[in-house]
Ligand binder design. Sequence first.
Ligand SMILES: [Zn+2]
Ligand SMILES: [Zn+2]
Length: 61
Amino acid sequence: MSDAEPRSRSTRTCVSCGINVSGTNAARFDCPECGHEINRCPKCRKQSNLYRCPDCGFTGP
Ligand SMILES: [Zn+2]
Ligand SMILES: [Zn+2]
């Protein structure tokens, strides 16, 4: 099996740093603007990195 799946729907990646967060206790919420699902890894959460919605471009803390 390949572990280099381009855009699998089951793969969750942190919107801030892009790492795969599936299987971790990443924060998961919906974009306040468009409702797009956003995932953020615990590390970025801790650092309070800005997130950016990949769908509408909304940024927030
Ligand atoms: Zn991250
Ligand atoms: Zn959005």
